[in-house]
Design a protein around this ligand. Structure first.
Ligand code: 5GP
Ligand code: ZN
Length: 119
């Protein structure tokens, strides 16, 4: 479900500034910061300020948040120098996808040749 923030959610706490995590970019609806455990030379997370547990919780009334997320992902990729080599944007929803943080986020990965395939 969507809610403003959840006090026991690590990404709500990062987005609110409570954790002191360095933000590398922001938009009206999202913050961007580096993944704690990077899987590529550039590994940035795009995280909505509002809490959604995962992609399935974004309904048609909130569709704008998805546009904002992808636009920020693209902007961050450009700012991180990824337009030449290319980059990947993914979200994990649920256990088969390996979702570990239950606050919607998009991974922006690049800076090396990424493993081919989607699973
Ligand atoms: P998921 O597997 O849910 O798609 O991705 C969660 C990501 O969040 C993982 O790549 C993990 O390394 C990252 N992560 C988890 N906790 C923190 C944190 O406290 N700070 C940062 N910067 N990244 C985190
Ligand atoms: Zn949250």
């Amino acid at each position: 479900m969507a809610s403003a923030t959840e006090s026991d959610c690590i990404f709500c706490r990062i987005a609110s500034g409570e954790m002191g995590t360095e933000l590398i970019a922001e938009s009206d609806q999202h913050v961007a910061f580096r993944d704690l455990s990077p899987q590529a030379p550039v590994h940035v997370l795009i995280v909505p300020r509002q809490h959604y547990a995962s992609l399935r919780d974004v309904g048609p009334d909130d569709a704008g948040v998805l546009a904002d997320a992808l636009l920020l992902a693209s902007r961050v990729a450009g700012e991180q120098g990824l337009y030449d080599g290319g980059y990947r944007v993914i979200t994990n929803d649920g256990p088969d996808a390996g979702q570990t943080v239950h606050h919607l986020h998009f991974h922006v990965l690049g800076g090396k040749e990424l493993r081919a395939g989607l699973g």
